[in-house]
Ligand binder design. Structure first.
Ligand SMILES: Cc1cc2nc3c(=O)[nH]c(=O)nc-3n(C[C@H](O)[C@H](O)[C@H](O)COP(=O)(O)OP(=O)(O)OC[C@H]3O[C@@H](n4cnc5c(N)ncnc54)[C@H](O)[C@@H]3O)c2cc1C
Length: 386
């Protein structure tokens, strides 16, 4: 698999190439044919993660070519991303607890062996190398990997989630943390995901067969407590007339189409350890995606400390206020916790998120049953989708 180029142009090329295959997605998506053949999935995730291309654009492109019923499965998978984001927005403590737990975990020789790909389980060791080299793993491989990490290698799930987040180009605090919790049996109590040798053999087309090497009967991890669910508080859009500066960060690079936006700038930390110490490849992709967005809107990438550099820019541009897409729960929200650029900061939340997140209160089913109506309204161009 070629390393994706961090540009919107490359994202749109990939989308155009995938759309004709979207009708076959449901029947083929579970096969991991290996890094040289990703023809059965979209590989759009790094672009969706940074929103160089949005969920709405991707779904509309697919729906322009196929009837909804033909591409239901694909649309649902995109909605899983939205579901995890909405679910975590309502329970930010799941993220902060995970970060705290992670700090308390000691590195062990078993953990070192696992992240060096030296466990002796051929498929697992292969995925470690694939992840480090390409920044991508197929969804099924992610499930098997997490299942083997937790139930066969008996390593802490938090360390596995951290390893993914450091190396995945699409590394997302919601999809990643909550998928690891789902595999462990912590998302849906009592339900966990065990990697089975026969399943791996079948869906890798016989590339791997770890028969006899996996624990296929381990129980789910014990529950780790209740997390309070908060209401979503969506911001109001700023009043007309103010001279706004738009601040872009790779958490969401969608340009905010408001007439009051007079100026745009981007910010990326000089020291990426504040983002959870992602790999160089991840940093290059996310910083490159930001630079690509800025090359289209115009405007500088600010350097230096967050509040100070944005404050200098706001003064230079004589801005009344700053507008930015609200950073989602995760490293970007944490970074902006004490943000003080000296002018008011308005937060923007897309219509997509506003309309779907409120249905992520419980299990995915609650959101899923609303999707047909949602997508029909999307195709017919209605602004209010419910
Ligand atoms: C343990 C584990 C960790 C994961 N970590 C991440 C992560 O950090 N970031 C991330 O974007 N996805 C994560 N996923 C979800 C999923 O594996 C990837 O989104 C998907 O494999 C990306 O490849 P694709 O673009 O080819 O997907 P496709 O199959 O082509 O799907 C299209 C899009 O739908 C979304 N999507 C598909 N499946 C899922 C899913 N199960 N959950 C959420 N969104 C989905 C993605 O945005 C994806 O780009 C994780 C899954 C597991 C089991």
């Amino acid at each position: 698999m070629n390393r994706p180029e961090p540009t919107r142009e490359a994202a749109l090329r990939r989308l155009t190439a995938f759309v004709p295959d979207a009708g076959k997605y449901a029947g083929r998506r579970n096969f991991d044919f290996g890094p040289d053949d990703r023809s059965n999935v979209s590989t759009l995730s790094p672009y969706l993660r940074t929103r160089l291309v949005t969920e709405k654009e991707v779904c509309l492109a697919v729906l322009e070519r196929f009837a909804r019923s033909t591409v239901d499965k694909f649309l649902q998978e995109v909605a899983w991303r939205t579901y995890w984001k909405g679910w975590l927005e309502m329970r930010p403590e799941v993220w902060s607890r995970y970060r705290l737990d992670l700090e308390q975990r000691e590195h062990s020789p078993e953990h070192e062996r696992a992240i060096r790909g030296e466990t002796g389980i051929e498929c697992f060791d292969f995925w470690v190398r694939e992840l480090i080299e390409t920044g991508y793993l197929h969804n099924h491989a992610r499930m098997w990997f997490a299942g083997i990490w937790i139930f066969t290698l008996r390593l802490p799930w938090q360390m596995g989630a951290d390893f993914f987040l450091r190396h995945l180009l699409d590394g997302d605090p919601a999809s990643n943390t909550l998928s690891w919790r789902w595999v462990a049996g912590l998302h849906t109590t009592g339900k966990h995901y065990l990697a089975r040798a026969s399943n791996i053999k079948r869906f890798t087309g016989g590339r791997f067969d770890p028969a006899g090497q996996l624990d296929e009967s381990a129980p789910a991890l014990p529950p780790d407590g209740e997390f309070e669910r908060r209401d979503l508080d969506f911001p109001e859009n700023p009043r007309p007339g103010a001279r706004l500066g738009q601040l872009l960060i790779p958490d969401d690079l969608t340009p905010i189409g408001m007439p009051q936006v007079e100026s745009t700038a981007g910010w990326f930390p000089e020291d990426s350890r504040v983002l959870g110490d992602p790999s160089e490849k991840v940093v290059d992709f996310h910083r490159g995606a930001l630079d690509d967005a800025l090359s289209r809107t115009g405007g500088p990438r600010l350097r230096g400390r967050l509040s100070e550099s944005v404050r200098d820019w706001a003064t230079r541009e004589k801005l009344d206020a700053i507008i930015m897409t609200r950073p989602t729960v995760g490293p970007w929200r944490d970074l902006f916790a004490g943000f003080d650029p000296g002018v008011p900061v308005h937060h923007f939340v897309s219509d997509w998120d506003r309309q779907l997140w409120p249905h992520a209160t419980a299990g995915f089913f609650r959101l899923k049953k609303r999707l047909p109506k949602f997508f029909d309204a999307l195709v017919s161009g209605q602004r209010s989708l419910f």
